[in-house]
Design a protein around this ligand. Structure first.
Ligand SMILES: NC(=O)c1ccc[n+]([C@@H]2O[C@H](COP(=O)([O-])OP(=O)(O)OC[C@H]3O[C@@H](n4cnc5c(N)ncnc54)[C@H](OP(=O)(O)O)[C@@H]3O)[C@@H](O)[C@H]2O)c1
Length: 241
């Protein structure tokens, strides 16, 4: 029996790509789920696919009250919140001449601030309960320096620093914290680049599939209580960084 069986997992960015794959993987392991993203139709369809142990909330994760609403829903529907996966994220790229400055605030709010806020809201509840797990989805881009990806990579690097600090603060509390850093994975995240007439990063290599990242998240979550896996980097075999 999986150690995830019966646990309540809250997954952000669950309407597509990696988040939807994490939802399917954890459902298969017997978790009860709270899914969130903005697209209600997608959440509804996934919840229907996964069955009655799935609740969902259509909300903007960058809204300051979303994290507390998610915690409230998890407690109301399932009586607990054992696992949080901060996965929601957006990718906008551009060089000094082309970066769309209107994208800056939404990127900071979604990729960094929302993950920090949700981590704190859930970490406080988990610490009080003496158990829990938080997994933040970073990127191999956190440690790459490349033209055009400074904002995205910078925010992921900040998220990694925050995640490490949270892990240390919660050491011994029963709440374990780690991150998974995906390499190039075939999802809708590259749609915006392609709409701008650029090649998506997933067109340069044979990309990973969302299921590969979901398996890494599950690996973190299935460790025995004595073990914390603090970070897993998953590269496409073609990624030569
Ligand atoms: N794909 C890759 O190559 C890759 C590589 C490294 C890291 N990552 C990271 O993996 C995570 C998932 O990305 P993905 O590739 O699966 O992308 P995706 O297919 O575009 O999915 C992104 C998810 O985030 C949600 N989201 C975005 N903005 C939101 C907002 N303001 N409020 C609520 N939900 C929001 C989207 O849902 P709605 O649009 O319905 O709100 C969607 O469910 C991200 O953190 C990304 O940075 C991806």
């Amino acid at each position: 029996m999986s150690t995830i069986e019966g646990k309540v997992a809250v997954i952000t960015g669950a309407s597509a790509g990696i988040g939807a794959a994490i939802a399917r993987n954890l459902a298969q392991a017997g978790a009860r789920l709270v899914l969130t993203a903005r697209r209600e139709d997608r959440l509804q369809a996934l919840a229907q696919e996964l069955g009655s142990g799935t609740a969902w909330l259509a909300a903007d994760i960058s809204a300051p009250d979303t994290a507390a609403r998610l915690l409230g829903l998890a407690r109301e529907r399932f009586g607990a919140a054992d696992i949080l996966v901060n996965n929601a994220g957006i990718l906008r790229v551009g060089t000094v001449d082309s970066f769309d400055l209107d994208a800056l605030t939404p990127m900071i709010a979604t990729n960094y601030e929302a993950a920090v806020r949700s981590s704190y809201v859930f970490a406080r509840a988990m610490k009080a309960a003496g158990a829990g797990a938080i997994v933040n989805i970073s990127s191999i881009g956190a440690h790459l320096t490349a033209p055009g990806s400074g904002v995205y990579g910078g925010l992921k690097r900040a998220l990694e620093a925050f995640t490490d600090s949270l892990r240390i603060e919660l050491a011994g509390s029963g709440v374990r914290v780690g991150l998974v850093a995906p390499g190039t994975t075939s999802t809708e995240i590259f749609d915006d680049m392609k709409a701008q007439g650029q090649r998506g990063w997933d067109e340069y290599v044979t990309p990973l599939q969302p299921e590969d990242i979901a398996a890494a998240v599950r690996y973190l979550l299935e460790q025995p209580p004595r073990a914390t896996v603090s970070r897993v980097h998953v590269y496409s075999s073609g990624d030569a960084y």
